[in-house]
Design a protein around this ligand. Structure first.
Ligand code: GLC
Length: 458
């Protein structure tokens, strides 16, 4: 009798015991309590990289299709799925350029990455002002950018580049002092094992493959995707996350997202993800999300490189700065995507846009890195607020004219105002309308944004 009571008591005490040891239990209630590491919330800007076999055809329709059908990384799926949006355009392109008998798998040998220079990539990301990088280790086509034993002869070591594309980038990115993470697709469109027996796929393919990725490269971010066909229980996501947090080498530092099963978006896991402002099909582009979150999108309309896109499809530098500032003011991070070409070059327009973003952060990074949401996130079209310590930052998008008035900050006797990037004194007056600021002569007219640092305001 006594032993059973003891057994029950210790079972009841187990959660508290595990929590006391900082261990996470393999169930959402415990996993969701784990805070997202603060390095992630301080970082604000990451670079997403969609690279793989789909960079060979690097095509998607530009017009007459919705957001998701413009993703070039979905080439194989939309080519082979007649009832999917965009199928006719993908098929017409494929048959015209490669011939109806050409197979997607044949592209792997043409994915040579002959100009791939991870050090040049990492240098660019650092100059863009990014603090972390997330590379597609394996996308929905199942092709791995590292020598994964589970993807024999369908990985970058065995076919195409014949090198550990992922491992080489990890080294280069970390040498630049940036954090390095991986995107990983849970499902694989045409993997016969996945299509026949998802349980065996998870146990014998997906879980060992993910654990290999984590153990080999010790990523700072695990960014899963391709979760929507099954609930998290089928993917064994809670067990995997408990292993990641309790037993892997990155348990204390790794940041994870919310794509772990068809029921988990914006509910379970780590930080929440929006994509082109969407959560699935719901528009979240203006929401203030009371939880760590991250917006991801391409500079154009695709994650994978789309050679069919023109400059009209690429966001202007002003648009990108406004996107970053708006996202950060609402408490989010921006994971801005690039799609390198199959030969390993980063398309010059993407390179230029990253450098232009870096220019803004070079001047006004103090108003971005390490900040958190302020009580007021925006004022009108062009003013966004962030806060850090006793400072509030008012970031004005575009040239405001010779002077501007801020309504939200309540000024007092100790109020100080300065413009980041200049040492010129900033004249201001307090009025019933708010804080009236005169743009210093030294302020360059053409900047994408102007960040004012306000102290002594409420
Ligand atoms: C979607 C797309 C996928 C892309 C991902 C990035 O899930 O299916 O292609 O990689 O979003 O957010």
């Amino acid at each position: 009798m006594k032993t059973t009571a003891l057994a029950v008591l210790s079972l009841l005490a187990l959660p508290a015991l595990l929590a006391a040891q900082g261990r996470v239990e393999p169930r959402w209630e415990s996993i969701d309590r784990r805070p997202t590491p603060s390095w992630f919330e301080d970082a604000k800007l990451g670079i997403f990289i969609h690279w793989g076999v789909y960079a060979v055809p690097s095509f998607a329709p530009r017009t007459e299709v919705s957001t998701y059908a413009r993703y070039a990384e979905w080439y194989w799926k939309r080519l082979l799925t007649p009832d999917m949006e965009g199928h006719p355009q993908f098929e017409a392109f494929h048959d015209r350029v490669y011939g109806p008998d050409a197979k997607y798998q044949d592209f792997a040998a043409r994915f040579k990455a002959e100009l791939y220079d991870p050090a040049q990539w990492a240098d660019l990301f650092a100059r863009a002002g990014a603090r972390y990088v997330v590379l597609t280790s394996k996308h929905h086509d199942g092709f791995c950018l590292w020598p994964s034993a589970e993807s024999w002869n369908w990985n970058a070591m065995d076919v195409g580049p014949h090198r550990d594309v992922a491992g080489d980038l990890v080294k280069a990115v970390r040498a630049k002092g940036l954090k390095m993470g991986f995107y990983y697709s849970l499902y694989e469109w045409f993997n016969p094992l996945y299509l026949e027996d998802v349980g065996r796929y998870v146990d014998t393919h997906m879980l060992p493959q993910m654990k290999d990725l984590v153990t080999r490269y010790e990523p700072d971010v695990v960014w899963t995707d391709g979760e929507w066909d099954h609930p998290s229980s089928t993917w064994k996501a809670e067990e995997l996350l408990a292993w990641l947090f309790n037993d892997s080498k990155v348990g204390q530092t790794v940041a994870v997202n919310d794509r772990w099963g068809k029921e988990t978006r914006a509910k379970h896991g780590g930080y929440y993800t929006t994509e082109y402002g969407l959560v699935h099909d719901k528009d979240a582009s203006a929401e203030v999300i009371p939880h760590p979150w991250e917006e991801c999108r391409g500079i154009g309309h695709s994650f994978g490189y789309n050679r069919a896109e023109t400059v009209a499809d690429y966001a202007s530098p002003q648009k990108l700065v406004a996107l970053l500032v708006d996202t950060v003011s609402r408490g989010g991070n921006l994971l801005l995507d690039i799609g390198p070409a199959a030969d390993g070059r980063i398309p010059v327009i993407m390179e230029e846009r990253l450098l232009q973003l870096g220019e803004f952060l070079g001047t006004s990074g103090e108003a971005i890195y390490g900040t958190r949401r302020w009580r007021t996130t925006s004022e009108g079209e062009s003013v966004r607020y962030t806060a850090k310590g006793d400072a509030v930052y008012a970031i004005v998008l575009g040239w405001p004219g010779r002077n501007l008035t801020l309504k939200a900050p309540k000024a007092g006797g100790a109020t100080k105002v300065s413009l980041l990037g200049t040492t010129a004194p900033v004249r201001f007056t307090k009025s019933a309308a708010g804080l009236r600021i005169e743009m210093p002569e030294a302020a360059p007219v053409g900047s994408a944004a102007y960040a004012f640092k306000l102290t002594g305001v409420k």
